[in-house]
Design a protein. Sequence first.
Length: 253
Amino acid sequence: MFTKAVVKRPCRNMVKGISRANLGKPDYFLAIKQHGQYVKALESCGLDVTVLEADEAFADSTFIEDTCLVTPSCAVITNPGAETRNGEIHKVRTSMEEFGLPMEEIQTPGTLDGGDVMMAGNHYYVGLSQRTNREGFEQLRSILKKYKMTASAIPLTTVLHLKTGISYLENNYLLAHGKFLTLPEFQKFSILPVDEQEAYAANCIWINDQVIWPKGFPKTKKMIKEKGFNIIEVDVSEFRKLDGGLSCLSLRF
Ligand code: CIR
């Protein structure tokens, strides 16, 4: 059960955010509108949503998930692997301190992006990517161990972040595409396969028995619905242009 979420409004400079999507520049005004709808979707799942102000100094700062991992026992400030994003952590740390959770942090030379961390109960899968290195993973693993949680590493080759390619939808369901479908580590899950043409839909979020879903992707949506999930659809086209998905836009806890 989640009760809270923290989001950060997109800034005008988002048009200068990191992107390899090749989908053009995002429209800031449309992004603001979509972000508002995203907040409403979180609220409709029963979450109390804290909206942090935009920060023009960091073009990608709306993708707050990468800066902090919030677990039921602690909040871990990450050390984002992209140089232009690393400074995002300072304001997020100040905001997260208000929630009273024990605070931990990943330190250089360790790097870690929250988008590489997928929670499945007490276990955390961590993608080793261009943003998250083994040292970052090892630091996270020992932090989690202190709180009786476990972690394992998943080397990545094709996707930006681990959760670009998979989402844990609770009740043992794992939505996945591409190489993730056959990874031995994931065979204990009931895998819900996503076609390559709908790969972007592999990043969605489970919140209290609802699934917040990126608008479109009818084939995968139908499969999810048939499994009995209630879907709340949100258009995140402008965030997609910056390689961002639904999960990147919030911290949920
Ligand atoms: C970046 O490259 O860092 C941003 N443009 C997108 C971050 C997406 N975050 C995520 O998947 N957790």
